[in-house]
Design a protein around this ligand. Structure first.
Ligand code: SAH
Ligand code: TRP
Ligand code: SF4
Length: 487
């Protein structure tokens, strides 16, 4: 869905930022900023919101200089035309990250955060209109406490009638050829006991989940180097066909990025519509973890034989998935890898917009770092900042469905449930489910799951009084599973 020229307001220039209530949405300033990579100041990043005292007037004045592009002065009028052209090109092209452009966006956002525009932005968002990436950053930086943003999200969410939805993870194996430093499954982690389920075990687990009323599942594996990739594609394909055979209504694939020529094997046998798109709801999950190349290299490495270390290959996975007929994307950030949350928020918002513009349905994940087998305790962000992040995503991207998992404790789940769309409960161990719950041994898990209660119990907490949760249909007449066993 391409915005027509008539709907596109003039880019927010440095002059217009001074006005309160300037055109808020859509703001194509980023597309213009893409063309200014050598111009203006670099945003230096930061661990959290920018104290106002850090906003040096000299720097602000310097950034008001007319930016240069290709040696020529980029005039305001030219910028409008170029922005539309670039906007069009970007909708068609694969997603890219321009860190300089995001840096400029964050600089502008930090300045706008000091103006009276903040209140207008918040009111605009509260009315359910969403926010562009830069405005999201403005509210991140603004001197508004997280509770104010949370209650705005709560108010907005009240206007939407989004039903809560769920799925459970099913790890098919905990083997992996990659070396992501934060992850228990990385191949050099001696503390992890490796397990790979066979197809019969996978089917038995799927049957068990379905019997317990769970009809949506995320299939997970590691990411593999050349020699094992054909095996992995065939294995995941068998599992997803088994899930479809058992009537699962939503299957998510969280198995790393897929190369163009691998989709045929991954998606073999999945029914398609006339236009080539997949008929069943099949979601591609590939969290970028961090949109910063430097941070990505620090955690995911740079080995050319390790496909997971290829930042751009990961970044364009949804574009390839789209061409292969997939229409649901689940990007995400691993919260805690990059201390510069504003950068990640902005990049995630741009990625989301790109995917929505392509016509994809978008789920957004914001997992927080958790303990792993053999690992030291991991860094993270505070509960307050996490609530701020989720509130802003909820306010700013009403068209996307935010996912929270049982990496979060019951109290945070309760706080966030009204402003997200998906609560996912389960275990990060291989084929862990039992009739009544799940196993959670850290030595076979990708990471530690905080809330280890059975998903029936967790979801019951979130059941609306007379309503239901999408993809969760516990048997109504039979006694509850754990009561049956207990009795
Ligand atoms: N091998 C696949 C599947 C990843 S599992 C892949 O890498 O794409 C899903 C997600 O778990 C990862 O994308 C990452 O965001 C998250 N994760 C990794 N290590 C974690 C940790 N220590 N704590 C919490 N989440 C973690
Ligand atoms: N890591 C995956 C994700 O965040 C799998 C997952 C979903 C998960 N829900 C979970 C892992 C709950 C543990 C607990 O999408
Ligand atoms: Fe492997 Fe995925 Fe863990 Fe990286 S995040 S080590 S690719 S399982």
């Amino acid at each position: 869905m391409l915005r027509s020229a008539g709907e596109t307001p003039a880019p927010q220039t440095q002059q217009s930022q001074a006005h309160c209530g300037a055109g808020l949405w859509p703001a194509p300033s980023l597309q213009v900023a893409n063309l200014q990579s050598e111009a203006m100041l670099r945003y230096t990043g930061g661990s959290s919101r920018l104290p106002r005292s850090q906003l040096c007037p000299r720097k602000a004045a310097a950034s008001r200089r007319t930016p240069k592009w290709g040696g020529a002065e980029l005039t305001h009028v030219a910028a409008v035309h170029i922005s539309e052209w670039v906007l069009h090109a970007e909708v068609m092209a694969d997603f890219r990250i321009d860190a300089d452009a995001i840096g400029h966006t964050l600089q502008r956002a930090a300045r706008r955060a000091r103006t009276c525009e903040v209140e207008a932005l918040l009111a605009h968002a509260r009315a359910g209109n969403g926010l562009d990436a830069e405005s999201l950053a403005v509210l991140w930086f603004a001197d508004l406490d997280s509770e104010a943003l949370y209650s705005a999200a709560l108010q907005t969410r009240g206007r939407r009638s989004t039903r809560l939805e769920t799925f459970s993870p099913l790890y098919l194996t905990n083997t992996c050829d990659a070396e992501c430093r934060m992850c228990g499954m990385r191949r050099d982690n001696q503390a992890l006991h490796r397990e790979t389920a066979d197809l019969a075990q996978v089917e038995a687990q799927l049957r068990l989940l379905a019997r317990r009323g769970m009809h949506a599942v995320a299939l997970l594996t590691g990411e593999y180097r050349a020699a094992s990739r054909p095996w992995a594609m065939g294995y995941v394909n068998a599992a997803l066909r088994a899930a479809h055979g058992l009537g699962f209504s939503h299957v998510l694939i969280n198995v790393g990025s897929i190369d163009k020529d691998e989709f045929a094997a991954l998606l073999a046998g999945v029914p398609r519509r006339d236009d080539g798109s997949l008929q069943p709801k099949l979601t591609m999950c590939t969290f970028q973890e961090t949109y910063s190349r430097a941070t990505y290299a620090k955690f995911m490495g740079t080995d050319p034989d390790n496909p997971r270390a290829d930042f751009d290959r990961r970044l364009t996975n949804f574009d390839r998935a789209y061409r292969a007929g997939m229409r649901v994307a689940n990007p995400g950030i691993l919260v805690g890898l990059n201390a510069d949350v504003a950068y990640e928020l902005t990049a995630l918002a741009l990625h989301t917009r790109h995917l929505l513009d392509k016509g994809m349905q978008v789920y957004l994940s914001v997992p927080r770092l958790r303990q792993i087998a053999g690992g030291r305790s991991q860094g993270g962000i505070s509960d307050g900042d996490f609530i701020r992040l989720v509130s802003l995503l909820s306010l700013g991207l009403p068209a996307a469905k935010i996912v929270i998992t049982t990496r979060e404790n019951a109290a945070i789940q309760h706080t966030l449930a009204p402003i997200v769309t998906v609560i996912s409960a389960g275990s990060a161990a291989v084929t862990p489910y039992t009739e009544t719950g799940a196993r959670f041994p850290l030595e076979v898990s990708q990471f530690e799951v905080i809330d280890q209660r059975p998903f029936e119990e967790i979801l019951r907490d979130h059941l609306p009084p007379a309503g239901s949760i999408e993809n969760f249909q516990p048997a109504l007449t039979a006694p509850r599973v754990h009561e049956r066993v207990a009795g």
